[in-house]
Design a protein around this ligand. Structure first.
Ligand SMILES: [Zn+2]
Ligand SMILES: [Zn+2]
Length: 155
């Protein structure tokens, strides 16, 4: 969504509310699948020599647990704060591309790591099974190296 701010610019102190949706089909991200459209809402305020944007961005994504690779779904809600200097806006028919701006903002706000649970034990390094389902067989067979050292002592 592009918003024309010509009217807003004429009056210091003026405000303009906005709300829009970015549909899932235009949302492309390497690590995350978008389960819902991105909802963006906020208010633009003419603060004299700049326009201040305050709002929020909400959606729901699916990614992979960074330990066990299982799918993880997570609600995303980020504050959307931007400042546009008036001298950076075109004087003729000034427009702000809010969709572009919100998308860039969202991308840097997405979690770097997702975990299916805070204490996800990850995968077994031997067989690759997720350890949260219980210890795998190969783990039971592994002799603890500390015990092995003890065994040597008693030889
Ligand atoms: Zn996990
Ligand atoms: Zn294993």
């Amino acid at each position: 969504m592009k918003i024309s701010v010509g009217r807003l610019l004429k009056e210091p102190g003026a405000e303009e509310a906005f709300s829009f949706i970015i549909e899932q089909d235009v949302l492309q991200h390497e690590e995350f699948k978008f389960l819902q459209p991105v909802k963006v809402q906020g208010v633009l305020t003419n603060a004299g020599n700049e326009i201040i944007l305050k709002g929020d961005i909400q959606t729901r994504v699916e990614g992979s647990c960074s330990r066990c690779l299982e799918p993880v779904r997570q609600d995303i809600s980020v504050d959307f704060d931007e400042v546009f200097a008036l001298d950076e806006l075109p004087t003729e028919d000034p427009v702000i591309d809010l969709s572009q701006c919100a998308w860039e903002y969202l991308v840097v706000s997405l979690p770097v790591k997702l975990l299916c649970s805070p204490d996800c034990p990850g995968l077994c390094v031997h067989c690759g099974k997720p350890l949260k389902d219980g210890a795998c067989d190969c783990q039971k067979d592994q002799t603890d190296p500390r015990l092995a050292a003890l065994k040597d002592l008693f030889k």
